[in-house]
Design a binder for this molecule. Structure first.
Ligand SMILES: Nc1nc2c(c(=O)[nH]1)N[C@H]1C(S)=C(S)[C@@H](COP(=O)(O)OP(=O)(O)OC[C@H]3O[C@@H](n4cnc5c(=O)[nH]c(N)nc54)[C@H](O)[C@@H]3O)O[C@H]1N2
Ligand SMILES: Nc1nc2c(c(=O)[nH]1)N[C@H]1C(S)=C(S)[C@@H](COP(=O)(O)OP(=O)(O)OC[C@H]3O[C@@H](n4cnc5c(=O)[nH]c(N)nc54)[C@H](O)[C@@H]3O)O[C@H]1N2
Ligand code: SF4
Ligand SMILES: [Mo]
Length: 715
């Protein structure tokens, strides 16, 4: 008998509710269909084509289902206990020999969609006692965390666009029609962007590419990659010169708002227009329309963050919203009030507490920028990384100068991967410990409920019961922690241990239950707990976003701290870069990235349903640039940078700005020893063989993956 389950898609940030129909026969489980859950209180039936990939993941024969150990280059199946013991013994040995920091860890993006890993992973990371921690954060949203840590006192107190109420939505460097939104959990984005326009509002897109989002917007402006901070300086300058600021309300939280004027004096639109590629009168007009709109929100994402002045850009975006009275107001940028609020119980984010050993890069929230990972492995000396743990990440394809990292991984004494695929990164592992896929575990969006455009709550019990011979990420991490401490002799395993016994009994679901029962919707109408959520399988709507100042502030004095001393000096670096006497390095083109609706960073390429061929892995260039370099559509071209080169098909299109080349990331599945049959047959190339680990957004240490100088030639 087919059975229906109401679950949540975990592949991107949109939190779409799904209806999964399954059948179990002779003990074997089958997914018959995955469709949008029309009754889901948050997503109301919306799904994108990727939802069906959850079935492909579940069925995938290449997926690993039991721990593996590499012996003389061959994979052997081992038991769970053997895997945990082997890992613990090796880590302990290496740390005894070379010190605690000789073990490094890299955590990838899917962890954010996995509350078990978020809540229980740290028990293992802490047990490792290493300072060499890295994650995908520093190729992504690190600038957002730093800006919000400084301004609002907590790295995750990041306001989101109140999209259903805004009259003017400016999107800088985001393409939600492909990505389905980021740091803005918003299913059905297309419908919502159209709704803004239908009620007389505007959607304005600033992007070096005329994207799918730009195609349905009211207005699109090409911008030269990496110049967004200049644009924002000019926008803030224009606000003051046109006397359009409106600071009375927010001044009670940030009394020095008016002082911003002095920092932007040098950047009238007339001065920067040529550099950014948007005319001065257009900037003035946009600023006027934004400031005069009933409500407005300026939102910047990947394209604005993961570039040379990403942190300054995100900071100025926040100031622009504040100066136009659009923070914490309906239709502006607002703070979501989640039902299970982990913020008060998690680190606020310490800035630059440590410096990386080789290059002295600042840490943030206990992590170093991943751009420093390869050099920490390759540079001899005290604290050199000798062993790595890779948890749900594929940094060989996703971080700058991936080829160098690939070579570095080869030199390690020991590698552990918590992953269910043998990828470009995990092929270096000595032991692979595979968790179950998303549908086999309970799910609660501990991260993304916090960034949702409506307050809502949903719990998704596992679709399939997890067999005795399976483990989730949290069980793997807790076992690893326990075994490591036992190997060190801290905890004799045989006697059992209170700390771990409590944690095993607690479970991540128990943690969420506690958060719900002590949270802001615990009592009254909603009376939230895991049980209430089990009784409401389509989720519960908790209403539109509400003003939340000053409660939203984690600063000691409950004021917004504009931290001019931290951010504003970066304007000097910008001035030097754009107007200094030293020429910026010669380039013929600037590389930017792109996302495709049916792809997900470096994975899902093993699904035949998602990926048919390599037609999405092309280098898009403008017809004028193509002509200049004698390139025709479909020609094979070579792109080179300081760190490497790729050979790729050219796609000539006037959708990209002149001077820009646009290549997606996450491809390049032609390395030896991976086990992803279909992905291997549609390999593509990795644009991160071009991105440069030495070029950083210096304020944060975030990688620069957009606006990378590359030259073009015929191979
Ligand atoms: N040039 C360029 N590079 C980029 C970007 C770009 O725009 N341009 N984007 C960057 C961004 S925003 C990000 S977030 C990073 C992502 O970079 P990473 O996080 O390093 O890479 P992913 O492709 O997300 O890695 C996913 C891995 O996790 C495994 N996995 C999936 N689900 C689970 C799970 O539930 N548990 C476990 N243990 N493993 C799982 C998959 O098998 C896969 O091996 O890429 C970055 N790289
Ligand atoms: N289908 C799909 N969905 C995804 C993902 C995926 O890989 N595939 N990844 C998920 C992840 S991990 C993340 S972080 C989010 C990211 O979500 P988004 O931030 O929406 O990411 P992108 O779609 O890459 O959009 C970035 C845009 O920035 C533009 N851009 C590049 N350089 C610049 C610049 O210098 N200035 C400006 N103004 N714009 C620039 C690019 O042309 C692109 O249109 O997507 C998530 N959703
Ligand atoms: S938009 Fe697509 S990938 Fe994202 S949660 Fe919804 S169905 Fe999943
Ligand atoms: Mo990301």
């Amino acid at each position: 008998m087919p059975e229906k389950h109401y679950s949540t898609c975990t592949l991107c940030e949109a939190m779409c509710g799904i209806e999964v129909t399954t059948e179990t026969e002779n003990g074997s489980n089958e997914i018959l269909s995955i469709v949008g859950d029309k009754n889901n209180s948050f997503s109301q039936g919306h799904v994108c084509p990727k939802a069906k990939a959850l079935k492909d993941l579940y069925d995938d024969e290449d997926r690993i289902r039991q721990p593996l150990r590499k012996v003389n280059g061959q994979w052997q199946k081992i038991s769970w206990d053997q895997a945990f013991e082997l890992v613990a013994a090796n880590i302990h040995k290496i740390q005894q020999q070379h010190g605690l920091d000789s073990v490094g860890i890299y955590l990838g993006n899917p962890n954010a969609h996995n509350y078990g890993a978020i809540l229980f992973g740290p028990h293992f990371y802490r047990a490792l006692k290493t300072f060499n921690r890295f994650s995908a954060t520093s190729v992504d949203q690190l600038p957002h965390h730093i800006v919000c840590r400084k301004l609002f006192g907590h790295q995750n107190q990041i306001p989101v666009t109140d999209i259903d109420n805004t009259q003017y939505f400016m999107i800088i460097g985001g393409n939600p029609l492909a990505s389905n939104g980021s740091i803005m959990t918003v299913p059905y984005i297309k419908k919502r962007l159209k709704a803004i326009q239908q009620k007389g509002g505007k959607v304005v897109v600033i992007d070096p590419k005329k994207t799918e989002t730009a195609d349905i917007s009211s207005e699109h402006h090409f911008i030269s990659p990496g110049t967004d901070a200049l644009l924002l300086l000019a926008m803030v300058n224009s606000l003051f010169s046109q006397k359009l600021t409106s600071i009375e309300r927010l001044q009670q939280f940030a009394s020095n708002l008016a002082q911003i004027e002095q920092y932007v004096r040098n950047y009238p639109p007339e001065r920067v227009a040529d550099k950014i590629g948007i005319e001065a009168h257009e900037i003035h007009r946009m600023v006027r329309e934004f400031a005069r709109a009933e409500s407005a929100s300026c939102y910047g994402r990947m394209g604005a963050s993961v570039q040379r002045f990403g942190t300054l850009t995100q900071y100025l975006i926040m100031l622009f919203n504040m100066l136009t009275d659009n923070l914490d107001r309906q239709g502006g940028m607002m703070f979501t009030q989640p039902a299970a609020d982990y913020l008060p119980h998690s680190g606020r984010g310490s800035i630059a507490k440590g410096k990386s050993r080789v290059r002295g890069l600042p840490s943030f929230a206990g992590e170093y920028p991943v751009s420093a990972l390869a050099e920490e492995i390759l540079t001899p000396g005290d604290g050199q990384i000798k062993a790595m743990i890779l948890g749900a990440g594929n940094p060989v394809l996703t971080t700058p100068n991936g080829q160098q990292l690939d070579n570095a991984f080869e030199k390690l004494d020991f590698v552990v991967a918590v992953d269910f695929y043998i990828t470009e990164s995990t092929r270096h592992a000595d032991v692979i410990i595979p968790p179950v896929t998303a549908l086999e575990r309970d799910h609660y969006d501990i991260v993304f409920h916090k960034f949702a455009v409506r307050n809502s709550v949903k719990f998704s019990p596992a679709v399939f019961p997890m067999g005795e011979d399976k483990r989730t990420d949290w069980q793997i991490y807790l076992s690893l922690a326990e075994h490591l401490e036992a190997a060190r002799g801290v905890l004799p395993m045989s006697k059992g241990n209170d700390k771990y016994q409590t944690l095993w009994q607690m479970t991540p679901t128990g943690v969420v239950d506690n958060l719900l029962k002590t949270g802001r919707y615990a009592n009254g109408e909603h009376n939230l707990s895991i049980q209430t959520l089990l009784d409401n399988p389509h989720g519960i709507d908790l209403g539109p976003l509400q003003p939340n100042l000053p409660e939203a502030l984690f600063t000691v004095d409950q004021k917004i701290d504009l931290c001019f001393d931290f951010f504003m000096p970066d304007i000097q670096r910008l001035e030097q870069f754009f107007y200094g006497s030293v020429d910026s390095p010669y380039h013929s083109l600037l590389l930017i990235g792109r996302r495709h609706l049916k792809s997900n960073n470096s994975w899902l390429h093993n699904s035949k349903r998602m990926v048919k061929d390599t037609s999405n892995c092309t280098a898009q260039i403008h017809p004028d640039d193509a002509e200049r370099h004698h390139i025709e559509n479909g020609d094979v071209i070579r792109l080179s940078s300081r760190v490497g080169e790729i050979v790729i098909d050219a796609e000539v299109t006037n959708k990209v700005m002149r001077g820009v080349v646009c290549v997606p990331h996450g491809w390049g599945h032609d390395k030896e020893g991976i086990q992803l049959q279909h992905a291997q047959s549609v390999a593509g190339v990795s644009c991160n063989d071009l991105t440069d680990e030495m070029v950083l957004d210096e304020l944060s240490g975030n990688a620069v993956l957009n606006g990378v100088a590359v030259s073009i030639s015929k191979p």
